[in-house]
Write a protein that binds this ligand. Sequence first.
Ligand code: GAR
Length: 217
Amino acid sequence: MKKIAVLISGQGNNLQAIIDACYSDYIPAQIACVVSNKSDAYGLTRAKKALIPQSVFLRKDFANNLAMDEAIGNYLEKQSVDLIVLAGYMKILTPGFTQRFAGRILNIHPSLLPKYAGLNSYQRAIEAGDTEHGTTVHFVNEEVDGGAIVLQAKVPIFPEDNVEDVEARTREQEYQIYPLVIKWFTERRLVLKDNVAYLDGKALPEHGYASEDDEEK
Ligand code: GAR
């Protein structure tokens, strides 16, 4: 059975969706460990409740980011994890780390990438007058919120919406699409080759599976 590590910094709602999906055998994998860069992350409590080993790595305990990521990498290698899932891990990983685990790191970001990489994506979408928003699961490379897109989910933005409305609508989608993509990976249906994501041997279009750019072809 494949082994997954989940990296978190906060609430861990996506972590919970992944825990539930593993426990119900929807994802045929075991969560080997949960790693946090914040000692008060509520996701650690979720992991504890699910009897999943947890580790906290604090930046202040390391000379630099490189040393911290090397220590996390060594820990994950010791656990023989096949896949690293970033679930609200709010620290930028060093290129050394992303290269070390190339093709084996997934991230979820609350926007329709490449739009609104970085912070405050909901606020930025509302301020720009967008009528739709969404979330993206992608492989991780050296670029922040870069890397091949696997799957996106879109949600509407209505004129009366505030940040909380758009976030709630988007999060609902996150808890569906992240477990699905992790399932594909653990079933060996999803792979990354030369920075291109392939599902069942077919290269995914720029915006991921079933995107409109695929339909246009
Ligand atoms: C999620 O909405 C995720 O998309 C976002 O952080 C939230 C974590 O929530 N990730 C990023 O912004 C990464 N750039 P959670 O801890 O409740 O799962």
